[in-house]
Design a protein around this ligand. Structure first.
Ligand code: CP
Ligand code: NVA
Length: 301
């Protein structure tokens, strides 16, 4: 039987995505009521992280431990990967030893190469192209706060980056409208936008994108690996900061999300991040619950 990977949000069907959100909400409630869930008993997760992480790492490790399994964190500094062992060799060896593997890396093709040589499920914990795990938590948070997102309007302001690509995939699967506002030169991948059809539009006006929206989302202007571009990006993105004036264009009950870490005073003002419409702390917590639901789905496949 083919191994089930999660390299992209599009590896889920729309029905599976909805079921996963429902399950994550249930798992959150169980934890809130102090109920333990042994759903990953005796399972071992291998975690290859070539970039920094707080939320994703702790969500995966916490999920495994709270559900009766364990996790092994592998940084390139301490493994042979960092000394040039080929990715396909590492994949073949690790996947004979652990039950599931999560990878955070730069090139999406590296993740795909690893998955092609793995006997066990591989999860995308972020690449330069996509961050699908974050969308599980974001959509869980929206459903918890406002119900189904089908037919709603979402505004993405800022960089057409990995998070933006995963939002496009979410719009495609869950059937919401996504208005993306980016400066020229920083737009999302045209093929990803095209595949999503009429529900996704891209322009350069943050106020027009925010108008009447149910949810506003942004992310850092310089992603991991783009540190040298920081200054040029700060200049290009300055008009795209999510401020109270931008929020005022959206519906009165619109939510604000950010995958974090946030740079206050750059992509978002302190007032918005800490304001009543911001759900970023629930969004971060939901990384834990939605990661459990994903691990359960892939290990049961
Ligand atoms: N949002 C997110 O993926 O955060 P980390 O980089 O801390 O994992
Ligand atoms: N776009 C950001 C997301 C961090 C969680 C990055 O890739 O650095």
């Amino acid at each position: 039987m083919a191994v089930r990977h999660f390299l992209s949000l599009l590896d889920l069907s729309a029905a599976e995505f909805r079921a996963l959100i429902k399950r994550a909400i249930e798992l959150r409630e169980e934890r809130r009521h102090g109920l333990s869930h042994d759903i990953l008993r005796h399972q071992v997760l291998g975690m290859i992280f070539e970039k920094s992480s707080t939320r994703t790492r702790v969500a995966f490790e916490g999920a495994m431990l709270q559900c009766g399994g364990s996790a092994i964190f592998l940084s390139p500094r301490d493994t042979q990967l960092g000394r040039g062992e080929p990715i396909q060799d590492t994949a073949r060896v690790l996947s004979r030893m652990v039950d599931i593997i999560t990878i955070r890396t730069y090139e999406h093709s590296k993740l795909e190469l690893f998955a092609a040589h793995s006997r066990v499920p591989v999860i995308n914990a972020l690449t330069d192209r996509e961050h699908p795990c974050q969308l599980l938590a974001d959509m869980q948070t929206y459903f918890e706060q406002r119900g189904d997102i089908r037919g709603k309007s979402v505004a993405w302001l800022g960089d057409g980056n990995n998070m933006c690509h995963s939002y496009i995939h979410a719009a495609q699967l869950l059937d919401f409208d996504l208005r993306i506002a980016c400066p020229a030169g920083y737009v999302p991948d045209t093929e990803i936008v095209r595949a999503a059809g009429a529900r996704v539009s891209v322009n350069d006006d943050p106020f027009a994108a925010a108008r009447g929206a149910d949810l506003l989302v942004t992310d850092v202007w310089a992603s991991m690996g783009q540190e040298e571009e920081e200054q040029a990006r700060r200049h290009a993105f300055a008009p795209y900061q999510v401020t109270a004036a931008v929020m005022a264009e959206a519906k009165a009950d619109a939510l604000f999300m950010h995958c974090l870490p946030a740079h206050r005073g750059e992509e978002v003002s302190d007032e918005v991040l800490e304001g009543p419409q911001s759900v970023v702390w629930d969004e971060a917590e939901n990384r834990l619950h939605s990661q459990k639901a994903l691990l359960e789905l892939l290990l049961r496949a």
